[in-house]
Ligand binder design. Structure first.
Ligand SMILES: [Cu+2]
Length: 203
C-alpha cells in the first residue's frame, strides 16, 4: 500500500509538474489606447496585445471581450473582436471627451481566460462627432442583425464545433487537477488512524 501511494504521488507530481509550464497565462504587453494614457485622435482599431498567442479555436471569438466605457457609463464597443496571433482588436468608437475605461478578456494559450481593466483619457479633436454608445455591452451583430443573448452564438455550425472544442480543453485541464486531488486525498487518508471496524461515522 505504501509503495502504491508513493508511486501515485510521484506520478501525480509528474503530471502536475508537466502542467505547470502550460499554466503560465498570457499577460498584456501593449494596448491602444495605452493604459493610463491620453488619446487625442481616434485610432483605426483598439488593440490588446499579449506576450503569447491567443487561443481562438477555429476563428471563434467566444471567451474574448473588449469593452470601452465612457464617463457616462455608456458602452462604445460594437461587441465584435478580431483575434490574430497575440493580439485582439476591435473597431474604435468614442463619445465625448473624458475619462474612459477599457475592460478586456482574452483566452490564454493554455485555454484559460484572463481579464483586466484600465483607464485612459480621451481628448476629442475639433470637429469630432461623438458616438452615442449604448446602455449595455454590445453583442457582435453577425449577419441578419438578430439580437443574440450575450455569450450565445447565432447558431452557425462552425460556432457549434468551436464550443465543443473549447469544452474539451476545459475538461482536459480539469482532469489534470482531479489527478492531483486524488493523490492528495490518498496521502491524507494514509496519515489518518484506521477507524474502528464498527465505527460508521461519516464526516
Ligand atoms: Cu491557465
Amino acid at each position: 500500500m505504501a509503495a502504491t501511494a508513493a508511486t501515485l504521488a510521484v506520478a501525480g507530481g509528474a503530471v502536475l509538474g508537466l502542467a505547470a509550464p502550460a499554466s503560465a497565462h498570457n499577460y498584456l504587453v501593449s494596448s491602444t489606447p495605452k493604459a493610463g494614457g491620453t488619446l487625442t485622435e481616434l485610432p483605426d482599431r483598439f488593440d490588446i496585445t499579449t506576450n503569447d498567442r491567443l487561443l481562438a479555436i477555429g476563428g471563434s471569438d467566444s471567451g474574448f471581450a473588449f469593452r470601452v466605457i465612457g464617463p457616462d457609463g455608456r458602452y462604445h464597443e460594437d461587441g465584435c473582436v478580431s483575434v490574430d496571433g497575440p493580439s485582439m482588436t476591435t473597431k474604435a468608437a468614442l463619445g465625448s471627451s473624458g475619462e474612459y475605461e477599457v475592460e478586456w478578456q482574452i483566452v490564454s494559450a493554455d485555454g484559460h481566460t484572463v481579464s483586466d481593466r484600465y483607464d485612459f483619457t480621451w481628448k476629442a479633436p475639433a470637429g469630432f462627432s461623438p458616438d452615442r454608445g449604448s446602455a449595455t455591452p454590445a453583442t457582435c451583430a453577425t449577419g441578419d442583425g438578430s439580437s443574440a443573448a450575450p455569450g450565445s452564438t447565432n447558431g452557425s455550425e462552425a460556432a457549434g464545433d468551436d464550443s465543443s472544442a473549447t469544452d474539451a480543453l476545459f475538461i482536459g485541464a480539469g482532469g489534470i487537477v482531479l489527478a492531483g486531488v486524488v493523490v492528495a486525498v490518498l496521502l491524507l487518508l494514509r496519515r489518518r488512524p484506521a477507524p474502528a471496524a464498527d465505527d460508521h461515522d461519516e464526516d
